[in-house]
Design a protein around this ligand. Structure first.
Ligand SMILES: *Cc1c(COP(=O)(O)O)cnc(C)c1O
Length: 409
């Protein structure tokens, strides 16, 4: 690949694209063209790179080479780099590092900065694998972890102390859609010198304001809305150039949780339609939540966009859209929830989310099965609770499917 013409590289970062708005950035940011001038980004399915001479190889390894030189695809790859730069341009961070899955991103973002003796404060309402990392894995390496109710700012205040190196939470929690007040937690964390790491999957990159609100590091499972069509696993960590290059990159490149170039390409193409898909899915979610709210047979509806949601005003400040996820409680406990799920014809039973296809799951017996009954109760994961990921189907068809399944219950 010869050096592309100057206007064929769209640099990442705020201001890097002369004020392009998010939808424009999602189509163009980070794109680079080979000497063939392809319109669609190329898949550089290569492990390594050849050097014109030994001197160039030496210069690349010493970091002294002019411009950008790739060394090995566990470290960096042109297609993966395009994905990282496009994500950084969307989130408004200086840089990003892509990972093989959302969990490779979450574990990397925490493991790269924490050492034995450090203290981490984390919200308790976490995706199961995130909970495993903070509750089981990090303590094995001598990291002290305090778990708090993420919605209780006094609990954060009581837990954060000098020596707290980082705080971690899902900005909107799975599956009960509780909202964490990012500016309030960030103020406490920053006063203690701690870094704010946010798992922002349920907000979606399309609706995120995390960096402007005070987050330092934002992590996504790109498996979800970024792909958006149920194909590839992937993840990304976004933050300052210092954090990404000095802290995260050495950890990721030497432990090997890097993203495959093929998956990076799928995710990169997913970003082109991300804002449109998330807007349509969130609009449908709002209609479905309104249709469910107060309906007989539904004990409660959890959707941050409902004016009656206890954190509706906070959600409106935290995100530029109310998201694509709804949780609701079917009367009749587990039996009622199972009858409802089994009566659905269009919405499919799956624990995945963010897909073009609407997917529904029963958290108590799937994603949160591992927890004790008491732990589930503490998180509000009741036997009748179901979690719906709203897809791209016509919302009237989704509402009709839900209504006919409810009649069957
Ligand atoms: C799915 C998910 C993850 C993990 O992502 P993978 O790509 O499955 O590894 C982490 N956090 C949250 C909130 C998720 O929904």
């Amino acid at each position: 690949m010869t050096e592309p013409a100057k206007n064929d590289v769209h640099p990442a970062g705020p201001g890097g694209q002369a004020g392009w708005r998010p939808r424009t950035r999602m189509v163009h940011a980070g794109a680079r063209r080979s000497q063939f001038g392809e319109t669609s980004e190329a898949i550089f399915l290569t492990q390594g790179y050849v050097y014109p001479d030994a001197e160039t190889a030496e210069a690349r390894f010493s970091g002294a080479a002019e411009g950008e030189g790739f060394i090995y695809s566990r470290y960096a790859n042109p297609t993966v780099r395009m994905f990282e730069e496009r994500m950084a341009a969307l989130e408004g961070t200086e840089d990003g590092f892509a990972a093989a899955s959302g969990m490779a991103a979450v574990s990397g973002a925490l493991m790269c900065q924490l050492s034995a003796g450090d203290h981490l404060v984390s919200s308790r309402a976490l995706f199961g694998s995130c909970l495993y990392i903070v509750e089981t894995l990090l303590p094995r390496f001598g990291v002290e972890v305090t778990l708090v109710d993420g919605t209780d700012i006094d609990a954060w205040r009581a837990a954060i102390r000098p020596g707290t190196r980082a705080v971690f939470f899902e900005a909107v929690s799975n599956p009960t859609l509780e909202i964490v007040d990012i500016p309030a937690v960030a103020e406490l964390a920053h006063a203690a010198g701690a870094l704010v790491v946010v798992d922002n999957v349920f907000v979606t990159p399309a609706f995120s304001r995390a960096i402007a609100l005070g987050a330092d590091v934002v992590v996504y499972s790109a498996t979800k809305h970024v792909d958006g069509q149920g194909r590839c696993l992937g993840g990304i960590v976004l933050g300052s150039r210092g954090f990404i290059r000095d802290r995260l990159e050495p950890y990721m490149k030497h432990t090997g949780g890097t993203l495959s170039p093929f998956n990076a390409w799928v995710l990169l193409k997913g970003l082109e339609t991300l804002p449109l898909r998330c807007a349509a899915q969130a609009e449908s979610a709002a209609r479905i939540a309104a249709a469910l709210d107060g309906r007989p047979g539904i004990a409660r509806v959890l959707y941050p966009g409902l004016p009656g949601h206890p954190q509706h005003a906070l959600a409106a400040r935290m995100m530029s859209g109310f998201g694509t996820m709804i949780s609701f409680e079917i009367a009749g406990g587990k039996a009622g929830a199972f009858r409802f799920l089994d009566a659905l014809r269009l919405i499919r039973i799956s624990n995945n989310l963010g897909d073009a296809k609407s997917l529904i799951t029963h958290p108590a017996t799937t994603t949160h099965q591992r927890l004790s009954e008491a732990a589930r109760a503490a998180l509000g994961i009741t036997p009748g609770l179901v979690r719906l990921s709203v897809g791209l189907e016509d919302p009237d068809d989704l509402i009709a499917d839900i209504q006919s399944a409810l009649s069957a219950v």
